[in-house]
Ligand binder design. Sequence first.
Ligand SMILES: CC(C)(COP(=O)(O)OP(=O)(O)OC[C@H]1O[C@@H](n2cnc3c(N)ncnc32)[C@H](O)[C@@H]1OP(=O)(O)O)[C@@H](O)C(=O)NCCC(=O)NCCS
Length: 155
Amino acid sequence: MKTPKDSAIEMREMVMPHHANPQNTVFGGTVMSWIDIAAAMVAARHCNRPVVTAHISDIDFIAPVKIGYHVHILASMNYVGRSSMVVGVKVVAENPMTGERRTTTKAYLTFVALDDMGKPVEVPGLIVESDDEKRRFANAQERSKAKKRLKSKLK
Ligand SMILES: CC(C)(COP(=O)(O)OP(=O)(O)OC[C@H]1O[C@@H](n2cnc3c(N)ncnc32)[C@H](O)[C@@H]1OP(=O)(O)O)[C@@H](O)C(=O)NCCC(=O)NCCS
């Protein structure tokens, strides 16, 4: 059993001109790539196995990020099933001239741990202690149930 703190990470990037879209703010695909990498690192740290991205849900781009801003990508384990793991990611942009920060993107990613044959394998359980950890765990369960309901409705 592990806690979210055992695998949580914070990754930092600076938005460079080659990261920009035609509006001269950060390209969404670049942010998605940073999110996927950060979340995969959390999943691998939790299970100490190779992991693959199975699903990305509820990715919200809340505000644009300017070139030159610093980006903090905060990722932590929210929920664990048998072989699947849900990682929550929050992206916070910082204006380095003022120190002002705001949340610009949020997303939830499901990873599956693989055994040596590339098949899903059981992962360690998750101990949730703080109110925030318990809320994230319950929200991830609810999101998973909602996804299953929608999938069967849209068949
Ligand atoms: C992810 C993958 C390994 C699942 O394989 P599978 O044979 O469908 O596995 P199972 O049906 O046994 O499901 C295994 C677990 O994954 C979960 N899962 C599988 N697909 C999922 C999806 N789309 N969304 C959420 N969870 C998913 C299952 O609920 C199950 O969870 P549990 O073990 O915690 O109960 C397989 O679909 C795959 O290899 N996908 C491609 C991954 C990839 O290339 N990603 C991009 C690059 S990293």
